[in-house]
Design a protein around this ligand. Sequence first.
Ligand SMILES: Cc1ncc(COP(=O)(O)O)c(C=O)c1O
Length: 382
Amino acid sequence: MDRMGRRQGTDAATLMRHFGSDRDLLPLWIAEPEIALAEPIVDALRRRAADGWYGYETRPEPVIDAYWDWTQSRHGLGPSGLHTKVSPSIGTSVGTLIELLTDPGDGVILQSPVFTDFKTIIGAGGRSVVKNSLLESDGGYTFDLEDLAAKAAESRNRLLILCSPHNPVGRVWAESELHDVAAICAEHDVFVLADEIHEDLALSPHRFVPFGTAAAGTDVRWASTNGPIKTFGLAGVCDTLLITPDDEVAERFQDRSSQLHLTRNNVFGIEAFEVAYRLGGDWLDELLVLLAANVEVLRSTLPAEVKLMPLEGTYLAWLDLRELGLDVPEIPRWLAAEAGIAISPGHWFGREGAGFARMTIAMPTETITQAATQIRDAVARR
Ligand SMILES: Cc1ncc(COP(=O)(O)O)c(C=O)c1O
């Protein structure tokens, strides 16, 4: 797949310099693709921009239908029995649900190491993070179900934020694993918010299972966050969805969104959303092939001291650097100064991530080859 037009000289967040080096670093730390985006989307946005009117626009039903046609055919889940609400971002939905489902001082369960914003949003709302850390072994990560049951049994812990597929550890949870989580949370009346924003990025032979599918047969209360922003590189333009079978939660979410005027549409977002799900399939299939090739490059190029954890999904490689024996806070600076790359240090995702680092691999293979070679050479020079 082609390289994206250079973002040098723009305000792209990925170019921010906070890795302690004034060299030009390979920017591999933000979770977004840096390859030419799907042509039908880019064309549609160009056409929409050329229209020359950008006023109030309603969101026609077919836009949401596009998501459900896609999800039915790719992931086997349809809209029957589910409410589908639009939200400007995943963070907005997470913050709103925390506010609706918990009180200040309550605990929200997180499975660390995990995407950093969850913790920030929980704290900003005056709730506490309750950790149900993932269990790590050579073979990768699993849920700690015993610990989850103990945390869920505490009456102040009323919400679990589940990351599925998991950023940063790259797990695509199996249906049985998700079912076990659903059963535990049902037993203790803990609401599950499944953030499924990486749902389309399962790498063969792994298969993404929607939480709604895995939860069947349990009484768990749940919602999921979904949308095209990660898959298609649309975080700066597009909307997301909140999906739930829960009538009360759907109604309260809608009321709160209306109150805060979060229901305002962005004309480009509407356009990109529908085209992504109607015409983006071929591009995504190519992306998945590219990701598999990039995983192979990492496997064959990284030195023995830097281990690639099994990558089942997402375009985020989770690297174990512990054998290098670096001081944890030094890792990002060492990678910048010695290997010329900007990647996210694992401790950003919680203490459990200390000694790891997360690298975005939705990049041209030559970029990943260069990054892996620079790491290998930096390790050899130590
Ligand atoms: C799991 C997960 N959820 C949410 C987000 C961010 O979503 P938003 O920018 O819409 O809040 C990310 C971004 O990397 C993510 O990886």
